[in-house]
Design a protein around this ligand. Structure first.
Ligand SMILES: *[C@@H]1O[C@H](CO)[C@@H](O)[C@H](O)[C@H]1NC(C)=O
Ligand SMILES: *[C@@H]1O[C@H](CO)[C@@H](O)[C@H](O)[C@H]1NC(C)=O
Length: 493
């Protein structure tokens, strides 16, 4: 018998044992479902809004709740990792000799709740209804308190039954995701040793729908800036001076109009530097993705798709950078009329960026473009705004993605490989500071009213997500052993 055959035999013997551990964990999790629901109700009742200083004590209360809960779940070395602002919570279990180490990321802070009058139930009096509508309701039940509790409950289910985990696990639960993780880079850098792992899994994120699962391979990055046009020192009388001096709103409109070519591409030298060519695999991913364009346009109230020529709607969102004016103002905007030639006008502009665009270089290209394209008799001033996210793209065939694919296949249709149009800075930061790729493994849905009134979480996704995490921890261990076996076989050849 060669080494590869021997290793596979050993694997199949151990897999019977592993399956029984998984089954015991699943049974435990079913039996304890009422208490598990109660955990989410308790955590979601804490108004841990990171953006409002008056909730600083609630941030501490939520982190303390997690510390107590992680300890009673059987995790070790549980501690607060302080930052200059909201702390992170850390916990670990590292007794799976020889197995990989998984860093699980989630966040316990939530968005503000205004406008309060649009909520049907009070945001911080969460409810669950397993009989009728099968929903949790309340701020944070989906984003991300429901999300981060799933892996904690999965770990608890193993530790309370077989007393061991299939892999080594570390948790990093952040308290400032909803304000853009301003201290995360520093925290990762300072704690790189403690947080060292082979792979990262994010418990923040979602699936495509209740039926269709997905693995997000990439995210767009972004930058933002504003341009101010000035033509005269003060607003002037439009009768006495109008028609004889430049109008800054006309000039700014002309500048903005020229930022795009007629075919929808961005008309700025250097803007597309680094953008990866669309591959056959990219096209195939976009074509396979479950997406009803007409239905979506109708649901948005859009009169039809619009964008860069030569690309489909999904390709535009996944693979192409954008430049969007997010606001523009100047002159007199009150009721009635004021007959002036204004002196100034301003536009705020944000760009979404794709691999391998460099946000710093793109910002410089836009600054140079602005300086070189002032309309006649107009002074343009360029100012950078605080939005900076690196685009992200992970390889498709990683050990964690293979394991996640197997698990999701058993519980949903798919998984479909796709890219997110938005940005999650944490993923690029974990790559930069810890050197690891992060697989998103969250179970929220776009219909959960994230960041909006009446946030909700489907109980089917809450339950399936917990099962998926239990199976994933085992599957990662199996994939790692398979990878070892095939490496060993290669060495033997
Ligand atoms: C992989 O191989 C290394 C080196 O032989 C060993 O220490 C480790 O336990 C193996 N890991 C798994 C998951 O089999
Ligand atoms: C769109 O037009 C610009 C400017 O004329 C050109 O450089 C670019 O290649 C065009 N893009 C496509 C997809 O045809």
């Amino acid at each position: 018998m060669n080494l590869q055959a021997a290793l596979f035999l050993l694997l199949s013997l151990t897999s019977a044992l592993c399956n029984s551990n998984v089954n015991e964990a699943l049974t435990y999790s079913d039996k304890n479902v009422n208490r598990i629901d109660e955990d989410l109700l308790q955590l979601a009742a804490i108004p841990s809004i990171s953006s409002l200083p008056e909730h600083a004590k609630d941030i501490i209360a939520a982190s303390q709740w997690l510390i107590d809960h992680l300890k009673s779940s059987g995790l070790e070395n549980v501690q607060l990792l302080p930052t200059n602002a909201q702390p992170s919570v850390y916990a670990e279990w590292l007794k799976a000799d020889g197995a990989p180490t998984v860093l699980v990321y989630g966040h316990y802070d939530v968005q503000p709740v205004d406008p309060l009058q649009l909520w049907n139930t009070p945001p911080f009096e969460p409810t669950v209804d397993r009989k009728k509508d099968m929903l949790f309701r309340g701020r944070g039940v989906s984003d991300d308190k429901g999300g981060l509790l799933q892996p904690i409950h999965a770990v608890e289910a193993f530790l309370k039954t077989s007393k061991q985990l299939p892999v080594n696990v570390k948790f990093l639960l952040e308290g400032q995701e909803e304000i853009g993780s301003p201290n995360l880079a520093e925290l990762l850098h300072e704690n790189a040793g403690l947080l060292k792992a082979d792979i990262a899994l994010s418990a923040d994120g979602g699936q495509i729908s209740a039926e269709h699962s997905g693995i997000a391979l990439g995210l767009r990055g972004g930058i933002a800036f504003e341009v101010e046009a000035q033509t005269v020192d003060v607003d002037l009388h439009s009768g006495m001076k109008g028609g004889s001096v430049q109008n800054p709103i006309h000039a700014l409109a002309q500048f903005v109009d020229n930022l795009h070519a007629p075919n929808g591409s961005v008309n700025v030298e250097g803007f597309y530097r680094g953008v990866r060519e669309r591959t056959e695999e990219d096209k195939a991913d976009a074509a396979a993705f479950p997406f009803d364009e007409a239905a979506e346009m109708a649901s948005l109230g859009a009169m039809g798709p619009h964008g860069e020529e030569g690309f489909t709607t999904l390709e535009r969102r996944w693979l192409r950078p954008t430049l969007d004016v997010v606001g523009i103002w100047g002159g007199f905007t009150g009721t009635g009329i004021k007959t002036i030639v204004p002196s100034k006008a301003t536009a705020k502009i944000s760009c979404r960026l794709v691999p391998d665009q460099d946000p710093v270089a793109i910002l410089e290209a836009l600054r140079a473009h602005t300086e070189g394209h002032a309309p006649p008799q107009t002074k343009l001033t360029f100012r950078k705004l605080p939005f900076h996210a690196q685009p992200y793209l992970m390889p498709r065939n990683t050990m964690a993605n293979r394991a996640a694919t197997k698990v999701l296949k058993g519980l949903f249709k798919g998984p479909f490989y796709y890219r997110e149009g938005g940005s999650i800075p944490a993923l690029a930061l974990m790559k930069e500071h810890l050197g690891i790729w992060c697989t998103s493994f969250g179970f929220g849905l776009s219909t959960d009213n994230l960041h909006s009134p009446n946030e909700r979480y489907m109980i089917t996704m809450w339950d399936k997500g917990r099962e998926a995490w239990i199976r994933l921890l085992q599957e990662i261990s199996t994939e790692a052993a398979l990878e070892n076996a095939s490496d060993a076989a290669k060495d033997e050849l």
